[in-house]
Design a binder for this molecule. Structure first.
Ligand code: PLP
Length: 406
């Protein structure tokens, strides 16, 4: 209980009583739902304790930009999933978005003059963060074909600090051989960072295969319902600590309310992801026989150039929930098909309950000009289909009519 007297027998006034309400009880029992610590600041018994916590000499929380128990619980949950098969401890760091996670990792690992190797078809936000934002601070980015290990080897320099990879590349659904890349990267003294947003720990766990850090846009499959933004970084505690320091300074911290939603998503992530993968395989198989579809890119199909690699790397039958198709007519053709869809939404993002279509050349990869698109192997008529949780025959019927009308 909060004291009711100000001292000397005098009662507190009504405003003071309204502000200083009784503290909530700390239950003995473990709550099954994650408690939301919706607070910016934490109070201390003494200034000594305050100083000790702030300086990191004593564990605890002081200010939610630096740390919040709900947000940390979310990151720890992702770390626990990514840690499967890893020797040694794995820590997690929560972020307000995938891009907050990406930029914080890059700023933690790079200095002016650092060199970063990234995939040619890397997510557009990562591409511009590397090229434009970090470029202004003297970081040099080089975009290579990550499927070609010798091209990565040739690009490595003494100043290479980071090799950035995507487990499943967006939108080509190319598969990256993380173990091969890890060996190469470590020989050169650099860190391998893997954006595993498309795979999630349900499909593949890069840390167990030598990656130093894993980054997720939790906005996608981890949240899973298209109603929350978030990001997370996992890896060895000492490396994650460096990323934490940058996050605390840049301020891309995850709100406790959003952390609650993301944490709740984790309980059903394996169920949802298995369903996304199963449905994507059905959709990819059907579309590969469609006369109006020029190309289907899905690593679960034997015709995909990385199918064998995917089959050895990924958990059985799991190849992700995104199917990429190419239709005729370039940017206009892709837009017309997307606009004709009735069930699948023309929408940004991916990984949610609802199927989504994205004509990538004018949306997610708009930062890439025609030359960069061609180099990345992305046809302007590419449509990314994020296969949702609907019944596959319904989605296929919708795509069929959209292709016919588009
Ligand atoms: N990484 C990948 C592969 C993405 O697709 C995205 C967003 O689409 C991001 C990172 C960035 O995540 P966010 O939008 O949560 O900042």
């Amino acid at each position: 209980m909060t004291p009711t007297e100000a001292g000397a027998g005098r009662e507190y006034g009504e405003h003071t009583r309204a502000v200083h309400t009784p503290h909530p009880p700390t239950p003995e029992q473990t709550p099954l739902g994650l408690p939301v610590y919706r607070t910016a600041a934490f109070a201390f018994s003494t200034t000594q304790e305050y100083a000790e916590v702030l300086s990191g000499r004593q564990p605890g929380y002081a200010y939610s930009r630096e740390g919040n128990p709900t947000s940390d619980a979310f990151a720890a949950a992702v770390a626990a999933l990514e840690a499967y098969g890893v020797d040694g401890p794995v820590a997690g760091e929560p972020f307000a978005s995938g891009m907050a996670a990406t930029t914080s990792v890059l700023m933690a690992l790079c200095r002016a003059g650092s060199h970063v190797i990234a995939p040619r078809e890397v997510y557009g936000g990562t591409y511009s963060a590397l090229k434009t934002l970090l470029g202004r601070f003297g970081v040099v980015a080089e975009f290579v074909d990550m499927r070609d290990v010798s091209a990565v080897r040739a690009a490595l320099r003494p100043e290479t600090m980071v090799v950035w990879a995507e487990t499943l590349a967006n939108p080509t659904m190319s598969v990256t051989d993380i173990a091969a890349l890890a060996a190469l990267t470590h020989e050169a003294g650099a860190a391998l960072v893997v954006d595993s947003t498309f795979a999630t720990p349900v499909v593949y766990r890069p840390l167990a295969h030598g990656a130093d850090l894993v980054v997720h846009s939790a906005t996608k499959y981890i949240g899973g319902h298209s109603d929350v933004m978030g990001g997370v970084v996992v890896g060895r505690p000492e490396l994650v600590r460096q990323v934490h320091e940058v996050r605390a300074e840049l301020g891309g911290s995850l709100s406790p309310d959003d952390a609650f939603l993301l944490h709740r998503g984790i309980a059903t992530l394996p169920l949802r992801m298995a369903r996304h993968c199963e449905s994507a395989l059905v959709v990819a198989g059907a579309l590969s026989n469609h006369p109006l579809v020029e190309t289907v890119r899905y690593p679960g199909l034997p015709a995909h150039p990385d199918h064998m690699l995917a089959a050895t790397m990924f958990d059985p039958g799991r190849y992700g929930g995104v199917v990429t198709i190419v239709v005729g007519g370039g940017r206009d053709g892709a837009a017309a098909v997307c606009d004709a869809a009735r069930l699948a939404a023309v929408a940004s993002s991916l990984g949610g309950t609802h199927s989504k279509l994205s004509p990538v050349a004018v949306t997610t990869h708009r930062q890439l000009d025609d030359k960069a698109l061609a180099l990345a192997g992305i046809d302007p008529g590419t449509i990314r289909i994020s296969v949702g949780l609907e019944d596959p025959p319904d989605l296929l019927a919708d795509l069929d009519q959209a292709l016919a009308r588009g």
